[in-house]
Design a protein around this ligand. Structure first.
Ligand code: SF4
Ligand code: SF4
Ligand code: SF4
Ligand code: FES
Length: 954
C-alpha cells in the first residue's frame, strides 16, 4: 500500500535497493537476514529491522562513506567498517551496537555538534532533523571541545532562491545535496568548495543559488539531513501536523506528493518515495509552485452578468446555475439542440471530465464536447489507435532504464517533463545512446555528462520527411526485424510501407534539401536506432502540433514496429503527454466522436450500453470539435459554452479569430480558479477547485491512474464535479453521486479497460496502469507484449506533404513554440507563484545571424508578424536556434504568442499547427496594436470584476 503515514519518507534503508537473483545470508545483531547480492550492510540491517545511526547515507543516493557514524563490527575482520559502503556477504556476523561503537559514534557527533549552532528549539527543522535525532540516538551528553574554537557559526545565509534557504552555519558537509543534484536531478549545480575544515557547499563557483545552474527541483533540500537547506514555507509555518498523499496537477509525469499540512495550510509538498512515476523526485513546479491555490486572485463566489460589458454580480450557486441553465435552454429552444456544448480541461480529474461529457451527451443532448487534448495530443490518439490499436503510450517511465538507444523527437523532457527528463539523463549517464530530432538545441543535446550522439536539427514542419528518411535506411540496408514483422504485423501493409519508404525520393539524400539534415547523419542515426538491443522513442508536441501530426505519429509507430522495438521493457512508442491528465481526458470520452474508452458514437452497441446506464437516448452523430465550435459561433449557429478549467482564449491558435467567436456567444459559462482570458468573455463564472481541493484521479503519460486526494475543502464551497451535477440537474437531467469514487465506479462498469479500477484498489496498489480488468487485475505496465491491441500491427504509408505555411519574402522566418521549466501552459497558476522570478515574460529566441541581419540585439523589443497577426516581445540572441527559425514560449497572455499562430491544423484531428508559423521579425519600440487593445480590454474587465456587488444573504 502507498505510504499514508504522513512522514513522506517511511523507512530510510540507508542505500538504494539492489537487484540480483543471487541472495546472500548474514547475521546482524543475531538476526538472520537474506538480501540481494550487492546490498550494503546498513540496508541489510534495516531490512532486519536494525537501524544503524547514519548521516551521510540515505536510500535515494549511492553511499559516500564520509560521516563515519554508521561504523559496525564484523566478526573476523579488523577495524570498524562503514556499513553504508561495506557490502553484505554470506556468513557475515555483524554487530551494530557495542560499547566501542557507541564511543566512536559519540566522538563523531561531538565533532559535528561543536561546529553547529545550538538553536534546536528555534530551528525550523526542530523535530525533523537527522542531526538532532542522531545526537539522541548515540546518547550525546556533552561536547568536550566547547564551542569557542574555529567554526562556521557566523556563515551568511543565502536566501536568493524564492523557495528555499541555504544556511551554511548548519552544514555538516555530508555531501547528500551534491549527490542528489548529480544522481537524482542530473543538473550538477553543486560542489563542495575547498577542503578539510573549509569545505562548503557551493552552487556553481560560489554563486548564489538563484544565479547558479540550479533548477530548483528541491532534491538537495529533500536530501539534506539538517536545516541547512530548508523550505521557506517550513520556516514560515513550522513543521506539519498531518499529511495526505496526492498527485501533482502540472504535467503528464504525474508525480506523487505527500502534502504536509498544518490545519488547512500546506506547509510543504514532499515528493513521495513510493510514487511509482517519480520515486521521490520532483521539479520546481510540483515541489514549490502550489501557492496559487491561495492567491488573492482566486474567485470563490459564483458570478453572473448579462453582457460582457457589464460588471460582475456575485450570486449564490443556485442563482448562477439557474441563470446558466435558463440561458442554455433558451438558446437550444431558439437555435436548436446543437447550439451549445462543453469544453473540458486536461487539468481536471477523470471523474470531472467524465461528468462533463455525460452532461453534454445526456443533458445537452448532443456530442459537442471537446478537450484541450484537441490542441496537443489528439494526433497521438488517432495515430496510435490506427497502427497499434490503442490510443496510449506503450511503456512505464521506468522502462527507459532498460533502453540502449533513446530517440527524442519534438520533445524537451528537461523542461516539459522534468522528473522523467532526470530519469532519462540517468540512463544516458549509464551509457545509453541519444538521438535528438528537434529544430532547436534542447538541453539534452548537451548538458553535464550528457551529449546527444546525433542531433538531427530539422527544419520545422519536416518531421515526416525525416521519419521517412530514417525508415528508408532501415528498409534498404536490411535493418528491418523481419521475424518480428512477420509474426506481429499485417503483411500487405508492411510491404506497401517498405516499398514506399524504399523509393529513392524518400532517401536521406533526396530529402536533405527539405529537412536541412545532412543525409549521412540521418543514415547513422537510423542504424544506431535499428541496431539497438532496445530502442525507445519519446515524443512530444513537436510531433503532434503540425499539419501532419497524425501522419508523424503513425510514422513513429512504423519505425518501432519495423525494428521490433515494441512489446517489452526498454523500447516502445512513448508520447510525453503535456498536462497532468491529457491521457485521462481522452480516455473519458471528451472527444466529440468518442464515448469513454474510445468507442465511436456511431457504434450502436457502445451507445446502447451508455443509453441503458444513463437512461437517455444518445446522438449518434459526432459533435463539434473546438475549432468547429468557433466557426459555428461565427456563423451564428453555436451560442452557448460550458468551459471547465480550460483557457481557450489564451491557448488556442489565432487569438483574434477565437475572440471574435467568443464575442458572438450568448452564454459562456467558465468554471475556473481565476478570471482567466476566457472568463473575460463569460456571462457566468463558477468558482473552480484547485487540485488541493479535489478528490479524484489523474492518468499520466504512462496510463497510470493515481489518486488525487483532497487536502483542504474547496474554497468555493463545491468541488468541480458537484457544479457539473448541479448544472445537469438544472438542465433537467438529474445526476446522483455522493462522492467521486461513485463516478469512478460508473466509469469502471462502462469501460472495459477500466473494469478493475476502484478507489479501494488504487489505495491498495498506489496507482494502476490501465488496462486494468479481468485479464490484468493489477494493470498493464507494458502494452502489446504478445500481440497488438488491434491484433496485428498495421503499417501506414506516410507520404510527406509539406505544410501550406511557407516562408515568403514577406514572412521569411519560421516561428516555433514550446514550454519552459518554470511555467506550465497558459501560466495562470505558475504566474501566480514565485516561478515568475525565472521567467517573468515570454521572449523571442533568434539566431545571431538573423538578429544581426535585422540589427537586433539582446533585450531589444521585436515585432513578430505573421499572416494572422502581430505581437511584440523582447529578443534573446541564441545559438540554440538554427538560422531561419525563431522560438518563443506562450505562458504570458500579454505576449500574444497565439495572436501570430494560424488556424492551420492536422489533417486528421484538427490539432493546430502551433509549431510552424511563417513570420517576419523587426526591431520596434512599442507593443503591437493587439497588445495595446489587450491591455485596455483587460483593464476594463479587471474594473468590472472589482465592481462586483457582494450578495449579502445567500
Ligand atoms: S547542505 Fe545539507 S546535505 Fe548538503 S552537505 Fe550540508 S548538511 Fe549535507
Ligand atoms: S534544487 Fe535541484 S538543481 Fe538546485 S541545487 Fe538542489 S538538487 Fe540541484
Ligand atoms: S510538473 Fe510534472 S515533473 Fe514536475 S512535479 Fe509535477 S508531475 Fe512531476
Ligand atoms: S552513513 Fe555511512 S559513513 Fe555516513
Amino acid at each position: 500500500m502507498a505510504c499514508q503515514c504522513g512522514g513522506g519518507c517511511g523507512t530510510d534503508y540507508g542505500t538504494p535497493a539492489r537487484v540480483s537473483e543471487k541472495l546472500v545470508t548474514l547475521e546482524i545483531d543475531g538476526i538472520e537476514v537474506s538480501v540481494p547480492e550487492g546490498t550494503s550492510l546498513i540496508r541489510a540491517a534495516a531490512e532486519a529491522g536494525v537501524q544503524v545511526p547514519k548521516l551521510c547515507a540515505t536510500d535515494s543516493l549511492e553511499p559516500f562513506g564520509s560521516c563515519r557514524l554508521c561504523l559496525v563490527e564484523v566478526e573476523g575482520r579488523r577495524g570498524y567498517p562503514a556499513s553504508c559502503t561495506t557490502l553484505a556477504d554470506n556468513g557475515m556476523k555483524v554487530h551494530t551496537q557495542t560499547p566501542k561503537l557507541a564511543e566512536i559514534r559519540r566522538g563523531v557527533m561531538e565533532l559535528y555538534i561543536s561546529d553547529h549552532p545550538l538553536d534546536c528549539l528555534t530551528c525550523s527543522a526542530n523535530g525533523n532533523c537527522e542531526l538532532q535525532d542522531m545526537a539522541g540516538v548515540v546518547g550525546l551528553r556533552e561536547v568536550r571541545y566547547g564551542f569557542d574554537g574555529e567554526n562556521h557559526l557566523k556563515d551568511k545565509m543565502d536566501l536568493s532562491n524564492p523557495y528555499f534557504a541555504y544556511d551554511p552555519s548548519k552544514c555538516i558537509v555530508c555531501n547528500r545535496c551534491v549527490r542528489a543534484c548529480e544522481e537524482t536531478q542530473g543538473t550538477f549545480a553543486l560542489t563542495i568548495d575547498s577542503r578539510g575544515f573549509d569545505s562548503r557547499v557551493s552552487p556553481g563557483q560560489m554563486e548564489a543559488f538563484f544565479d547558479s545552474e540550479c533548477v530548483s527541483c528541491g532534491a538537495c533540500v529533500q536530501a539534506c539531513p539538517t536545516a541547512t537547506l530548508m523550505e521557506k514555507s517550513v520556516m514560515d509555518h513550522g513543521q506539519a501536523d498531518h499529511s495526505v498523499v496526492t498527485t501533482c496537477a502540472y504535467c503528464g509525469v504525474g508525480c506523487s506528493f505527500v502534502a504536509e499540512m498544518k490545519g488547512d495550510q500546506v506547509v510543504r509538498m514532499v515528493p513521495d518515495k513510493d510514487g511509482l512515476a517519480n520515486h521521490g523526485h520532483s521539479c520546481v513546479k510540483g515541489r514549490f509552485a502550489w501557492g496559487y491555490a491561495s492567491h488573492p486572485d482566486r474567485i470563490t463566489k459564483p458570478m453572473i452578468r448579462a453582457k460582457i460589458s457589464d460588471p460582475w454580480r456575485e450570486v449564490s450557486w443556485e442563482e448562477a446555475i439557474g441563470f446558466a441553465a435558463e440561458r442554455f435552454r433558451h438558446i437550444q429552444a431558439e437555435y436548436g439542440k446543437g447550439a451549445i456544448g462543453g469544453i473540458v480541461s486536461s487539468r481536471c480529474t477523470n471523474e470531472e471530465d467524465y461528468l462533463v461529457q455525460k452532461l453534454v451527451r445526456a443533458a445537452f443532448g448532443n456530442n459537442n464536447v471537446d478537450t484541450c487534448a484537441r490542441v496537443c495530443h489528439s494526433p497521438t490518439g488517432y495515430g496510435l489507435k490506427q497502427t497499434l490499436g490503442e490510443s496510449a503510450g506503450t511503456q512505464t517511465f521506468d522502462s527507459v532504464m532498460q533502453a540502449d538507444v533513446i530517440m527524442v523527437i519534438g520533445a524537451n523532457p528537461t523542461d516539459g517533463h522534468p522528473v522523467f527528463g532526470s530519469q532519462m539523463k540517468r540512463r544516458l549517464r549509464e551509457g545509453a545512446k541519444l538521438i535528438v530530432v528537434d529544430p532547436r538545441a534542447i538541453d539534452l543535446v548537451k548538458s553535464p555528462h550528457v551529449q546527444a550522439d546525433y542531433h538531427l536539427k530539422l527544419r520545422p514542419g519536416t518531421n515526416v520527411a525525416v521519419a521517412n528518411a530514417l525508415s528508408h535506411v532501415i528498409a534498404t540496408e536490411g535493418l528491418v526485424d523481419e521475424a518480428f514483422v512477420a509474426a506481429r504485423c499485417e503483411t500487405k501493409e508492411f510491404n506497401d510501407w517498405k516499398n514506399f519508404v524504399s523509393e529513392q525520393r524518400n532517401s536521406p539524400e533526396a530529402l536533405e534539401a527539405a529537412t536541412g539534415v545532412p543525409a549521412q547523419e540521418v543514415r547513422e542515426a537510423a542504424r544506431l536506432y535499428a541496431n539497438a538491443r532496445n530502442g525507445a522513442i519519446y515524443y512530444g508536441l513537436g510531433v503532434t502540433e503540425h499539419s501532419q501530426g497524425s501522419t508523424m505519429v503513425m510514422a513513429i509507430a512504423n519505425l518501432a514496429m519495423a525494428t521490433g522495438n515494441i512489446g517489452r521493457l526498454g523500447v516502445g512508442v512513448n508520447p510525453l503527454r503535456g498536462q497532468n491528465n491529457v491521457q485521462g481526458s481522452c480516455d473519458m470520452g471528451s472527444f466529440p466522436h468518442e464515448l469513454p474508452g474510445y468507442r465511436h458514437v456511431s457504434d450502436d452497441a457502445a451507445r446502447s450500453l451508455f443509453e441503458g446506464a444513463w437512461g437517455v437516448k444518445l446522438d449518434k452523430e459526432p459533435g463539434l470539435r473546438i475549432p468547429n465550435m468557433f466557426e459555428a459561433a461565427l456563423d451564428g449557429s453555436y451560442k452557448g459554452l460550458y468551459c471547465q478549467g480550460e483557457d481557450i482564449v489564451q491557448s488556442d491558435p489565432n487569438t483574434q479569430h477565437v475572440i471574435a467567436a467568443m464575442e458572438k456567444m450568448e452564454c459562456v459559462v467558465v468554471q475556473d480558479l481565476f478570471l482567466n482570458e476566457t472568463a473575460k468573455y463569460a456571462h457566468v463564472f463558477l468558482p473552480g477547485a484547485s487540485f488541493l481541493e479535489k478528490d479524484g484521479t489523474f492518468t499520466n503519460a504512462e496510463r497510470r491512474i493515481s489518486r488525487v486526494r483532497q487536502v483542504m475543502a474547496p474554497l468555493g464551497g463545491y468541488g468541480d464535479w458537484e457544479a457539473t451535477v448541479m448544472l445537469s440537474t438544472a438542465m433537467g437531467y438529474p445526476m446522483h453521486y455522493n462522492h467521486p469514487s461513485e463516478i469512478m465506479d460508473e466509469i469502471a462498469r462502462l469501460t472495459p479497460t477500466f473494469h478493475g479500477v476502484s478507489y479501494e484498489k488504487l489505495d491498495e496498489l498506489g496507482s494502476i496502469q490501465w488496462p486494468c480488468n479481468e485479464h490484468a487485475p493489477e494493470g498493464t505496465p507494458i502494452m502489446h507484449i504478445e500481440e497488438f491491441v488491434r491484433g496485428k500491427g498495421k503499417f501506414f504509408v506516410t507520404q510527406y506533404v509539406p505544410t501550406d505555411e511557407k516562408v515568403t519574402q514577406k514572412f521569411p522566418l519560421i516561428l516555433t513554440t514550446g514550454r519552459i521549466l518554470s511555467h506550465y501552459n497558459v501560466g495562470a497558476q505558475t504566474r501566480r507563484t514565485s516561478n515568475t522570478a525565472w521567467h517573468p515574460e515570454d521572449i523571442l529566441e533568434i539566431h545571431p545571424h538573423d538578429a544581426e541581419e535585422r540589427g537586433i540585439e539582446n533585450g531589444d523589443w521585436v515585432g513578430i508578424q505573421s499572416r494572422a497577426g502581430e505581437t511584440v516581445l523582447h529578443a534573446l540572441v541564441s545559438n540554440r536556434m538554427q538560422p531561419g527559425v525563431v522560438y518563443t514560449t506562450f505562458h504570458h497572455p500579454f505576449s500574444g504568442a497565439n495572436v501570430i499562430t494560424t488556424d492551420n491544423s492536422d489533417w486528421a484531428t484538427n490539432c493546430p499547427e502551433y509549431k510552424v508559423t511563417a513570420v517576419q521579425v523587426v526591431k520596434v519600440t512599442q507593443p503591437s496594436e493587439w497588445q495595446q487593445r489587450y491591455r485596455q480590454f483587460s483593464a476594463q474587465q479587471d474594473d468590472l470584476l472589482k465592481q462586483r456587488e457582494t450578495v449579502k444573504a445567500q
